[in-house]
Ligand binder design. Sequence first.
Ligand SMILES: Cc1cc2nc3c(=O)[nH]c(=O)nc-3n(C[C@H](O)[C@H](O)[C@H](O)COP(=O)(O)OP(=O)(O)OC[C@H]3O[C@@H](n4cnc5c(N)ncnc54)[C@H](O)[C@@H]3O)c2cc1C
Length: 385
Amino acid sequence: MAFWDVVVVGGGIVGLATCYHLSRMGAKTLLLTAKGLGDGASGANAGRAQVNEGNLDALNIRMVKEGIKRFDQLEDELGSRFEHRRLGYICIIRKEKDWQDWVHRSVVLSENGIPTQMMDVKTLKELEPELNTDGLLGAAYSLEGSMNPFQYCWAYARAARRFGAEIRMFTPVTSMESKGQRIISVHSEQERFEADKIAVMCGAWTRPVLRLAEVNLPVNHTHAEAFITEPLPSVMHTVLGLADFYEIIHERAQAVAIGVGPLANGTLLVTEAVTQTRELHDKTTAWGLSGVARDLLALYPSLSNARVMRGWGRPTPFTPDGNPVVGWVSPYENLFVGAGFIQTMTVTPVMSEWMAGMILEKEISEDFSLYAPDRFLRESQGLLQ
Ligand SMILES: Cc1cc2nc3c(=O)[nH]c(=O)nc-3n(C[C@H](O)[C@H](O)[C@H](O)COP(=O)(O)OP(=O)(O)OC[C@H]3O[C@@H](n4cnc5c(N)ncnc54)[C@H](O)[C@@H]3O)c2cc1C
């Protein structure tokens, strides 16, 4: 039986990019994923490399800055195109309190190398002539990245394989075997895989997968539905989102918060109808489609005859304090987790390299104690007592 340096569990962008860096650093790496590559949130998202909506702590700002810089040469590094381009993002503001918050945010971001400017309604209307600006105070504007998220996943997968990684699709991990403080193997229905280290990078599925090792880590999720229109190349020129996105969805069983932007082929990708649910599934609902259509038309009345081509839904992971979980999982000494990122598409190129370094116990210049999984485990886990 083969023995692996590292088994990565989860074939979303986080697992695939980390698998690439592990292999590139010389580790014998196997990635196991439940279905196809990018079948979770990573292939289902809006493909935005967001820059201005995340936490303002120094570590997050550095990750965003470094991540964005990497995109300039990432397609060449990975040897595959994933339709990366720079695109403007306008975060529209409807409340005085949000305007004040964004004035502060734009100063902090700009001072730290992520240029963000406040925009009045007149300028907004010049930029997006078809936007209904009634009731808007203005917007915050930044230049972010845009990509095809499936191709992004596959670019990492192909590059990982070139460095010798083995990637197995349709191989869900169903159990883990431990001995003392080590996980000695992970199992699918058919096979057993022995490894020195296990990295669980399963997005919204992180919690059930870690339960296989009797670890209860609060990686929660919301379910988000998205839709795509027929090609409408001249309606929108930038990506648009809402400053009160998190306020709208917070603690609501169901809510709609619009994010919309043009893809490279001229279609509009419209997100999202959000449901709080314990279930992990990929369904769309009539409620989601009609709610998104209603709110989108309030912003872009000219889209009233636009046809929706298809829709989908996926769970997105988040943690109770809004920071990701990155690091070793007690009480085990060889079980690593990386999940719950914000601005995942942006930070992945740099975060995955750092995580691969951590897993291989290399010297890392960054301090990740803010993200340590043990911050939750101390309170919630019987295993530690
Ligand atoms: C509609 C929508 C729009 C979004 N828009 C954006 C955006 O524009 N920009 C952005 O940065 N983020 C966006 N997000 C969030 C982003 O998609 C996620 O944060 C990110 O994809 C999570 O990546 P991941 O690799 O951690 O998880 P996932 O991509 O969910 O991957 C987890 C993988 O684990 C696998 N898995 C599950 N159980 C097992 C098991 N037992 N064994 C093996 N494998 C298993 C799954 O099959 C899956 O492939 C959006 C999300 C949604 C739903």
